[in-house]
Design a protein around this ligand. Structure first.
Ligand code: IMP
Length: 202
């Protein structure tokens, strides 16, 4: 079975990647599975830069094929904030109930459009690097709704579902999400390559 190392320790993201990659025959490993403590500095100003920094840092440290994602919420009425600062928005330790309520209040009486963006970067064993982008458009809901998913899901209203992404199953979210779209693009590439370079024995 092919193993893929994912440059994240976020349990929710790992779960989403597993749900999408395991049926395709991939064994998903994450930062929690490696012994080495590798520091990653997300100093980029774009999702592309940050995902590549994460993937390259691990590839250079471990020498294996690595995929990394960088993602976040862009709110139209807030000039695309919080964007690449989504995790750090209002401080890493601030609860998402507080962050989400802040955003609801900030768009009050304004245009409610928003999007989740995800860029997955993949660095192969030989150092070849590619990136895959996914975007899902929606609206900021007028209240916090749902308890599935994570982060900003409870305020991300997805019109075709008529509810927030925190109020649908993981499968339904993955079918339309920014991460799902980006990952399916990478999977298409992996299938095309059909190469052993995506293996990484940890
Ligand atoms: P990253 O780990 O640097 O990519 O930060 C991603 C941050 O963006 C997360 O901590 C969340 O705040 C937000 N985010 C990204 N994807 C999602 C999602 O699918 N649902 C809700 N929030 C998300």
């Amino acid at each position: 079975m092919k193993e893929i190392l994912i440059a994240t320790g976020n349990a929710h993201k790992v779960e989403e990647f597993k749900t999408m990659l395991e049926p395709l025959g991939f064994c998903v490993k994450s930062l929690k599975d490696i012994k080495e403590k590798i520091e990653i500095h997300e100093t980029g100003k774009t999702f592309e830069e940050n995902s590549m920094i994460k993937a390259m840092t691990l590839h250079q440290a471990l020498g294996c094929a690595v995929m990394a994602d960088d993602s976040g919420l862009e709110v139209d009425a807030l000039d695309n904030a919080p964007g690449v600062y989504s995790a750090r928005f209002m401080g890493e330790d601030t609860s998402y109930d507080i962050k989400n309520q802040y955003i609801i209040d900030a768009v009050q009486g304004k245009e409610r459009g928003a999007q989740f963006v995800c860029v997955i970067s993949y660095v192969e064993k030989d150092g070849k690097a590619t990136s895959y982008k996914g975007i899902v458009r929606g609206e900021i809901n007028d209240c916090i709704l749902g308890n599935k998913g994570f982060g900003y899901d409870p305020i991300f209203y997805y019109p075709p579902y008529g509810t927030t992404l925190a109020n649908v199953s993981e499968e339904m979210k993955n079918a339309v999400s920014h991460r799902g779209i980006a990952l399916r693009k990478l999977v298409d590439y992996l299938k095309e390559q059909n190469e052993n370079d995506s293996c990484c024995t940890l």
